[in-house]
Design a protein around this ligand. Structure first.
Ligand SMILES: [Fe+2]
Length: 298
């Protein structure tokens, strides 16, 4: 039987897996704003996600992890052990993976994360099929997670001095960070190049960019500036992030901003992962467990 045209139209251009905030640590459960953090359950849930993705490896191009794969423990040695547990699960993944830097995972040295997660750089771009591009940002670029005296740390100190944490600046806490001038220029150039080539772009990073997709307390330090760069480029379809564990979504202008629900806070016996299917006119998020399914039309 020949394939009807509708069957072709129904097939995605390509698909990939997503997980956010595994944030594993060998620690007792914690709580934040009535959410329970089930640290010790996280590797098991991530392993279920890996099995899910492996069973669909023929249709999934890669896995995107949205940062904070570990929480950071009381000593560097314990943090190291936690990282090895998550790497052990990651080793079982049978498709490639793209990772990005979060605030908690930077409990380990940045160089160590880049090397062991096989990240080409702190921020990077990747060609995808059918004229799509994945742009990965480092939203801890300007943050306190840099050595004292370094230019990035200095820029963070200047930001915090100008923007004291409080009702005026609810996002100015040290668990967030900013995107520096150099990276912003790189991002602008990446988006312009995508426009020239007629490509569509998914931008991703650890921290949310717009209110509504997260609480104001969890946004990138210079979120307005970064969102403006994304909104200016017709190439950008969506922005994916984690960090705000209950997840969220907003479309204040044109770009879709989607915050994925954390593995860490999925209830016991519940999972938190998703498959994103890319179509010429939409992204379809198929959530599993606590991750919300959405269709992002553009
Ligand atoms: Fe985070």
């Amino acid at each position: 039987m020949s394939m009807a045209p509708t069957d072709v139209a129904d097939a995605p251009l390509f698909s990939f897996g997503v997980v956010a905030d595994i944030q594993y640590a060998d620690k007792e459960n914690g709580s934040y704003e009535s959410q329970v953090q089930r640290y010790r359950e996280a590797p098991g849930k991530f392993e279920e996600a890996v099995h899910y993705f492996n069973s669909r490896k023929d249709e999934l191009l890669f896995l995107l992890t949205l940062g904070d794969i570990i929480d950071g423990n009381v000593t560097p040695e314990k943090t190291e052990e936690d990282f090895k547990v998550v790497l052990g699960v990651l080793d079982k993944l049978q498709i490639p993976a793209h990772h990005l830097l979060g605030n908690h995972c930077l409990s380990l040295p940045r160089e160590r994360l880049l090397k062991d997660l096989k990240m080409p750089a702190r921020y990077s771009q990747h060609k995808l099929p059918h004229k799509w591009r994945l742009v990965i940002l480092d939203t801890m670029d300007v943050s306190v997670r840099w050595p004292e005296g370094s230019p990035n740390r200095q820029a963070a100190a200047e930001f915090m001095e100008k923007h004291p944490l409080g009702p005026e600046n609810p996002h100015a806490s040290i668990w967030n960070g900013g995107v520096g001038a150099e990276q912003l220029a790189w991002l602008t150039e990446a988006l312009q190049s995508a426009e020239r080539l007629g490509e569509k772009v998914i931008v991703c990073a650890h921290h949310p960019l717009v209110a509504g997709s997260a609480a104001p307390t969890h946004l990138v330090w210079n979120h307005e500036e970064v969102a403006e760069v994304l909104e200016r480029s017709p190439a950008v379809a969506a922005y994916f992030c984690g960090h705000y564990h209950i997840g969220g979504y907003a479309q204040p202008k044109r770009v879709h901003y989607c915050t994925f629900e954390a593995i860490l806070e999925a209830p016991t016996d519940e999972v938190a992962h998703a498959v994103v299917r890319v179509f010429p006119d939409k992204l379809v998020i198929e959530g599993q467990g606590t991750v919300t399914s959405r269709t992002l039309q553009f």
